[in-house]
Design a protein around this ligand. Structure first.
Ligand SMILES: *Cc1c(COP(=O)(O)O)cnc(C)c1O
Length: 225
């Protein structure tokens, strides 16, 4: 199927209230334009440099979501235009986002990335760390960020029940936090291999790349950044 058909196929499988982030990392601007021309406007990148390069050359009504790990010293490059940062995982990073947002006279929406997988390699806060962060005085002083939800990545496994229980744990944490944190609206969970499962477990934002664009090629001339 073409990129456009893949996009329509996935969109038609999403219930109302679930937002699709088209994950465009490693793909060139021409491919992004196929999705853009099909009417899609929400794109996710996981590297700052690559997102900035694409922002420069693509239409300005695209909403750019940063979904990959973010280093504090790179926040300044995306602060003028980023629409949502999915990967906020420390107070220090949030303080820097707040500072750069203020410089740009904006409020930047962020999700707290929560560690739900059973793997060493995934970034994120534990439930306890997230609660501590949200209740800390230092966090409450930040005026130019808004925490609008949580993000999580399941373990990379074929075990569907394991993935389901990790998603479920994020959902119940969200439900527990929500009464005291009314700004929480989104749960970003689910990728190509597990987005339908994530939706069953309460996801409101799915981040889908390869099911739209095909497999990524990291070696042959793809932008690395
Ligand atoms: C690459 C990536 C995705 C999309 O992965 P696919 O399997 O291609 O759908 C989702 N979330 C994050 C954080 C990613 O880095």
């Amino acid at each position: 199927m073409s990129i456009k058909e893949n996009l329509h196929h996935i969109k038609s499988s999403l219930p109302p209230g679930v937002t699709l982030i088209a994950v465009t990392k490693t793909h060139p601007p021409e491919k992004l334009m196929e999705v853009y021309n099909a009417g899609h406007r929400i794109f996710g990148e996981n590297k700052v440099q690559e997102m900035c390069d694409k922002y420069e050359v693509l239409p300005k009504d695209i909403q750019w979501h940063l979904i990959g790990h973010l280093q504090s010293n790179k926040v300044k490059y995306i602060a003028p235009f980023v629409s949502l940062i999915h990967s906020a995982d420390s107070l220090k990073l949030l303080q820097e986002i707040d500072k750069q947002a203020l410089k740009n006279s904006r409020v930047i929406d962020c999700l707290l990335q929560i560690y739900i997988a059973d793997e060493e390699t995934k970034f994120g806060l534990s439930f306890e760390e997230a609660e501590e962060l949200l209740s800390s005085e230092a966090f409450q002083q930040l005026r130019n960020i808004r925490i609008t939800g949580l993000m999580g990545m399941a373990t990379n496994t074929d075990d569907q029940e394991k993935i389901r229980s990790e998603f479920r744990s994020l959902r119940s944490f969200f439900d527990r936090l929500k009464p005291s944190h009314p700004s929480l609206r989104h749960i970003s969970m689910g990728m190509s291999s597990d987005y339908l499962l994530a939706i069953e477990e309460g996801s409101t934002m799915v981040r889908v790349g390869s099911s739209i664009f095909g497999n990524r090629n990291y070696s042959a001339g793809a932008p690395k950044a």
